[in-house]
Design a binder for this molecule. Structure first.
Ligand SMILES: *Cc1c(COP(=O)(O)O)cnc(C)c1O
Length: 246
């Protein structure tokens, strides 16, 4: 099989899983967005994905994403293709992230909120960007799950989510979209996403528009849908194993 057929077959399988999980959870398929995580995979794969009807892709490294988007924006508009930035953002990279991302799922500290807001403001003033940047607050669930911490994955402490949300909501250029989490290794995804759902409910009590719950990857998307995920971030199950980092 060629690459296009492989990806199309994997997309069909994922679509069946998503539909079955929505049906089990009594949810509408239309309320769940599939973000295909394309990190490490070539631009040609993203072209294939768009031609197969995928409109949302996720990248986690600024430099790689910048290079790919420079190429892709020559062919695809924002209606065709939206970039979700899902990796840790260094404060010195915010200008470039603001230039390419339609959403950032990984906002986890006050300094990053300030820097991103300024960067989007500059981009809009210079007419390099028209829209606000949708932002999800990444929460680190390890403290509430009482598992030993794996450092370096990012995420705010659950106790800090509301103050970060207040900060995002008070900016001029960021739209508070919701929450993002990764189920920690060695924990039942069900247990992790149950906590995330509770945090999301608390957030929406203050900010009803902050409905995103970005949760669920290749191996745990069913549990995420069961607990209300609105955005799935699926890489391996659609594109296969990632090539080694360049
Ligand atoms: C790479 C990545 C994914 C995709 O994971 P798969 O197991 O390949 O589906 C999802 N979320 C984040 C934050 C990632 O970095």
């Amino acid at each position: 099989m060629n690459r296009r057929d492989d990806i199309a077959a994997n997309l069909t399988t994922i679509e069946e899983r998503v539909r079955a999980a929505c049906s089990n959870a009594g949810r509408n398929r239309a309320d769940v967005t599939l973000v295909v995580v394309t990190k490490y995979h070539p631009v040609s794969d993203i072209d294939l994905l768009v031609s197969l009807g995928v409109a949302d892709v996720g990248e986690n490294r600024e430099q790689e994403a910048t290079t790919k988007m420079a190429d892709l924006r020559a062919r695809w508009t924002v209606e065709d293709l939206r970039l979700h930035f899902i990796g840790q953002v260094q404060t010195n990279k915010v200008r470039r992230v603001a230039a390419i991302a339609d959403a950032v799922h990984s906002v986890d500290r006050p300094r990053l909120v300030t820097a991103l807001d300024q960067a989007v403001g500059h981009a809009r003033a210079e007419r390099r960007r028209t829209s606000e940047l949708s932002v999800a607050i990444q929460v680190d669930l390890q403290p509430v799950l009482a598992v030993s911490s794996t450092p370096g994955r990012g995420g705010a402490h659950p106790d800090e989510v509301m103050s970060l949300a207040d900060q995002v909501a008070s900016t001029g250029h960021l739209r508070l979209a919701g929450l993002m989490c990764v189920a920690p290794l060695g924990v039942e995804p069900d247990r992790a996403f149950e906590h995330a759902a509770a945090l999301s409910a608390r957030l929406q009590a203050s900010y009803p528009e902050a409905r995103w719950l970005s949760a669920g990857m290749s191996h745990d998307l069913e549990a995420a849908i069961q607990h209300g995920a609105t955005h799935l971030r699926v890489g391996t199950a659609i594109l296969g194993p990632r090539p080694a980092a360049q």
